[in-house]
Design a protein around this ligand. Sequence first.
Ligand code: NCD
Ligand code: ZN
Ligand code: ZN
Length: 345
Amino acid sequence: MDSITLTRPDDWHLHLRDDDVLGAVVNHTAAQMGRAIIMPNLKPPVTTTEQALAYRERILEAADPAHRFEPLMTLYLTDTTTAEEIEKAVASGMVKAVKLYPAGATTNSASGVTDIAHCDAAIAMMAKLGMPLLIHGEVTDGEIDIFDREAAFIERVLKPLLARHPSLKVVCEHITTQQAAEFVAAGPDNLAATITAHHLLFNRNKMLAGGIRPHYYCLPILKREQHRQALLKAATSGSPKFFLGTDSAPHEKGDKESSCGCAGAYTAPVAIELYATAFEQMGALDKLEAFASLNGPRFYGLEPNADTITLERREQTLPAQYGYGNGLSIVPLMAGECLAWTMKR
Ligand SMILES: NC(=O)N[C@@H](CC(=O)O)C(=O)O
Ligand SMILES: [Zn+2]
Ligand SMILES: [Zn+2]
């Protein structure tokens, strides 16, 4: 197969940041994706509908209008989010989901939820109004090994949450383990998951064997091969519960190449090519369209995009970095490496 044409994909988990970084990254996504669910972990976080609508305007201003990119906004859930704020968010028509970060779990999560019991009224309203809860599913307990934090979250937090709010729409974001893939696959229709391209392509050896590679450090952290295989199986299974969410998370080069480097992998410029590479490894390119372009809108109650994109079997080499601002840069995942697929522009 030398080319594949698919319904234009969407990115159901994306970090665009703000200001200079927003300007540097937004068109990488807008050139490929019709829509994206925009993560609210700015500094300070996007906790109100008003802030989400203002952020949406900044994104639209930064995006090239020729791409007709549509940002789908989210609210950052905190211990004090009210049921009224959820009603406002739903009424806006622009806020499509609410994001749960356990406090301290990941980048810019300091204002996250300390105990999900504090959010019960807001979550009950979300269940009532059909507003999805998107979850960074890792426990933050220092006693739990970093490689076990996702599996522990399922047992300690997710199962009780779903038992208490059985009709709540939940997306387990960026799942990384066999436990999560199996739990979602076996769950009800209102439970789904996004999977990143990097967790489909790499296990933890890529990050740690033969040298420490900070651009592969993200959260949840890359796991062992058994888990990557489980994610590939889920993504290519044809199940509508799994869909594309890049978790593309730009950080300035110096913040990653540091004695205490921050978490996040930048994949937006070649997101669909990375997914095509992973699906091809499984001989499952025929399953890419459902995963990338159909399952997400179906879960969110939206129509798939009306246009298409074409991927060609043509090599491209990723740049070493993307410059922005005053001498700053963002290093993409697989910088300087070659990909077999290229999206036709
Ligand atoms: N995935 C990451 O490693 N980082 C994300 C936050 C997140 O999605 O957890 C970021 O905002 O940089
Ligand atoms: Zn996360
Ligand atoms: Zn993320």
